[in-house]
Design a protein around this ligand. Structure first.
Ligand code: HPA
Ligand code: ZN
Length: 326
């Protein structure tokens, strides 16, 4: 089968998407107008033109600024449902979504407002689009441990609907070790753990995520290739990497898609998966990530099928649900 057709038809599983990163400029302006929030760009075109990033922090600054328009339960509902509709049209059948409660609670938006809006949309998405989903609560690593503990406490009434905790935001200077105790507390609540590691940070952060945070997946992880012993360990443990190719290129990790290591990760036998990260900011959702990597790296039909199977294997699903996707 032609790889383009295969990509289009592949039932896709997304494991790394920040719901706040699905806020398209048009929607950002609509929420701003509705909520009386001012935006420092005159229009959608000007805002989109500002999406030229040189590293993770230059992106995060705009991403957190964009969050300011999200105020009501209805905003979080519409944001999430719009994402689900877009990816349902791309053949996504299951998605595991990060949310950043601290980006909202620090602006005075209640945890319940965020959580209720997102989870109402997830229920609607399952009912009307047939997309299954899981929610992963991310701690912002540039904030301190006490703030993460406070966030975990606020999440307590909702833990039956949260599958895991994760770690995102500015990586360098905020190693996984900073959150060892809060991740231990989360595991005691029965939550799984994941962490962004080896996106901009060194391979050592990937080791810390494994050893100290006991993660079930590494988010990004592309810098593992700098450390052969680490690659061997990740292969031996069959540790999934949720790779986000358009994100890595847009944030300057690799100059061009031709330089992206996705194919090398697969060839080393790693359990790599393809994901969109912050699709409204990085130029594409799941299909665009598959299409761009296939074109630049010459992914074969086998590579694409392997990426699809890896994501099903790495998903936080029970055996029955997994079987249904295979
Ligand atoms: N990396 C770290 N933190 C993030 C990202 C990312 O790609 N997107 C949203 N928060
Ligand atoms: Zn991410």
């Amino acid at each position: 089968m032609d790889t383009g057709v295969l990509i289009e038809r592949l039932p896709k599983v997304e494991l790394h998407v920040h719901i706040e990163g699905t806020l398209e400029p048009e929607q950002l302006f609509a929420f701003a107008r509705r909520n009386g929030v001012s935006v420092r760009y005159p229009d959608v075109e000007a805002l989109r033109a500002a999406y030229r990033f040189h590293d993770l922090q230059s992106f995060l600054d705009l991403y957190y600024e964009g969050c300011a328009v999200l105020l009501t339960e209805q905003d979080f509902y519409e944001l999430t449902l719009a994402y689900l509709r877009r990816v349902a049209a791309q053949g996504v059948v299951h998605t595991e979504i990060f949310f950043d409660p601290q980006s909202h609670t620090h602006r005075g938006v209640a945890f319940a407002t965020v959580f209720d809006g997102i989870s109402r949309a997830l229920a609607e998405g399952e009912r009307s689009l047939g997309i299954t989903s899981r929610l992963i609560l991310c701690f912002l690593r540039h904030l301190d441990e006490a703030d993460a503990f406070d966030t975990l406490r606020q999440a307590e009434p909702y833990l039956d609907r949260i599958v895991a905790v994760g770690l995102d935001s500015s990586e360098v200077g905020h190693p996984p070790s900073k959150f060892e105790r809060v991740f231990a507390a989360a595991r005691e609540h029965g939550l799984l753990t994941v962490a962004h590691a080896g996106e901009e940070g060194p391979p050592e952060y990937i080791r810390e995520a494994l050893d100290l945070l006991k993660v079930s997946r590494i988010d990004h992880g592309v810098r593992c290739l700098e450390d052969d012993a680490l690659v061997e360990r990740l292969v031996a443990e069959r540790m999934p990497l949720t790779v986000c190719p358009l994100s890595n290129v847009r944030l300057g990790g690799f100059a061009e898609m031709r330089d992206h290591p996705l194919k090398r990760l697969l060839d080393r036998g790693l359990c790599a998966t393809v994901n969109s990260d912050d699709p409204a900011y990085f130029g594409g959702y799941m299909t665009e990530n598959f299409t761009a990597t296939q074109a630049a790296l010459g992914l074969t039909a086998d590579d694409i099928l392997t990426l699809g199977r890896n994501a099903i294997e790495a998903a936080f699903l029970d055996a029955d649900a997994r079987e249904r996707l295979l």
